[in-house]
Structures are given as structure tokens and as C-alpha cells.
Design a protein around this ligand. Structure first.
Ligand code: CDP
Length: 227
């Protein structure tokens, strides 16, 4: 069967990765969490006291970063490795949430991560989620989704997710962080978050994960069978 590229872009905490993981599993495709790559770079910068306002420090630091994804048999998805170390848990900490959008706005960082992401396109059969996947990383993707949800629902989903991970966080902190990231992500100079003209918008405020999965799977099969 023909293989396609599916991109899922959207604001923070609207369930992009959850949906992308499900679809990738259903289609037996590779799932790539592009946000995890920006998070891993941010984690590296924080750990190594890199001043990311200084271009020379950024350029030098990037030379020492290698990112890979490793299959996690426990949950059937993949974990990110930073220089061979599994940092999947560390990159979800609030300190990373607080700094990642600033780091992701840096030109040299994006050049590095986008090049890594595009390596995946050599073979199709990919579901990748992020902010600029349908606009910049894979502008020719066969199926592009722009996922949205109400701000309240997004705060609640991320709050519950962090709570389940045992994190000490308030709804207000999550709300402030989501708003700050969305602002930076939509206003940055390079590859700002926006809906690709040929993306299909799905508002999942009132949809269950199963309903979204079915909707997207129908769209994917339509593309796979009729293109
Ligand atoms: O928290 P959420 O799952 O919504 O975010 P994420 O997908 O893990 O991405 C974390 C941050 O990385 C975003 O807020 C963006 O600043 C940045 N990002 C980006 O700039 N471009 C991407 N393709 C993916 C993420």
C-alpha cells in the first residue's frame, strides 16, 4: 500500500502527540515528536549553562548534540536520546517548558532540528507533530492537520497529564506557560506557528481521543487509496 506523510501542527497542549502516536500505531508508521527535539536541545543548554542569547555559544553547543529516537516497548512509542542518554522524562520538566520556546526561536537551532526531521522523509510512512511541520519541514505532505482546542480544555489536559506524572504544578502555572509558548511560537521570525493553507483544521475540544483517531484515520485512508 502507498505510504504517505501526515503532519499534525497546532498550539501547545492540544493533544497533537497523543493523536499522532495513535495514528502511527494504526498505520504502522514512524511517529516523530518534533517538540521533543526542541525540548532535548533546551535541556542540553540548561544542563551545560549555555547562554543561548550568544550565537557563538549556540553554534558550538549544537556541534556536541546528537539526537535519536529509540523504541520503547513498554508504551509502544519512542523515547528521545540526547547523546545516547534517554531524556524523555527530563524534557517534560517545567524548567524545560519555561525555556523551550525561546530556544526554538533561534535560527541555528531550527536549522539543526529541521535538517534532522527531514532525514525521516527518505522513506515515507511518517506521522510528525509540531508547529511548522506542514509549512516548513514537509510542505509537500499528503495529509496536513491543524489541531485546535479551547484554551481551557488545553490547560486542563496538560494539568492532568503533569499531575499523573507526579509533578507539582498549578492550573494557573500551566495556563501562563501555554499562553507564553503560544505567543512566542506564533510571533517568532523564523517558521512561526501557522496553519498551512492546505491543512485541515480539527477542533478537538469536544472530541474523544477515539473520535479524533477515527476521523484522522478515515482521512488518511482516503489519501492512501485515492492518490
Ligand atoms: O507541550 P506541547 O506538547 O504542546 O509542545 P511540544 O510539541 O513538546 O513542543 C515544545 C515547544 O517546542 C513548542 O512550544 C515550540 O516552542 C517548540 N516547537 C517548535 O518550535 N517547532 C516544532 N516543530 C515543535 C515544537
Amino acid at each position: 500500500m502507498k505510504k504517505i506523510i501526515i503532519t499534525i501542527d497546532g498550539y501547545s497542549s492540544c493533544g497533537k502527540s497523543t493523536l499522532a502516536k495513535k495514528i502511527a500505531k494504526d498505520l504502522n508508521y514512524v511517529f516523530v515528536d518534533s517538540g521533543a527535539m526542541y525540548r532535548a536541545v533546551t535541556h542540553y543548554f540548561l544542563k551545560n549553562n549555555i547562554d543561548w542569547t550568544k550565537t557563538d555559544q549556540v553554534i558550538d553547543a549544537i556541534k556536541h548534540i546528537s539526537l535519536q529516537f529509540e523504541y520503547n516497548a513498554q508504551n509502544g512509542t519512542s523515547d528521545i536520546l540526547l547523546n545516547g542518554e534517554n531524556v524523555e522524562a527530563a524534557i517534560r520538566e517545567m524548567v524545560v517548558n519555561e525555556n523551550v520556546s525561546e530556544v526554538a526561536a533561534i535560527k541555528e537551532v531550527r536549522e539543526f532540528t529541521v535538517a534532522e526531521q527531514q532525514k525521516n522523509s527518505i522513506e515515507k510512512g511518517i506521522v510528525m507533530d509540531g508547529r511548522d511541520i506542514g509549512t516548513v519541514v514537509f510542505p509537500d505532505a499528503e495529509l496536513k492537520i491543524f489541531l485546535t482546542a479551547s484554551p481551557e480544555v488545553r490547560v486542563e489536559r496538560r494539568y492532568q497529564q503533569l499531575l499523573a506524572q507526579g509533578k507539582q504544578v498549578t492550573r494557573e502555572e500551566v495556563r501562563i506557560n501555554n499562553e507564553k509558548r503560544d505567543y512566542i511560537d506564533t510571533h517568532r521570525e523564523i517558521s512561526p506557528l501557522r496553519k498551512a493553507i492546505d491543512a485541515i483544521e480539527i477542533d478537538n475540544t469536544n472530541l474523544t481521543t477515539d473520535e479524533q483517531e477515527k476521523l484522522l484515520l478515515d482521512m488518511a485512508y482516503e489519501k492512501i487509496l485515492n492518490n
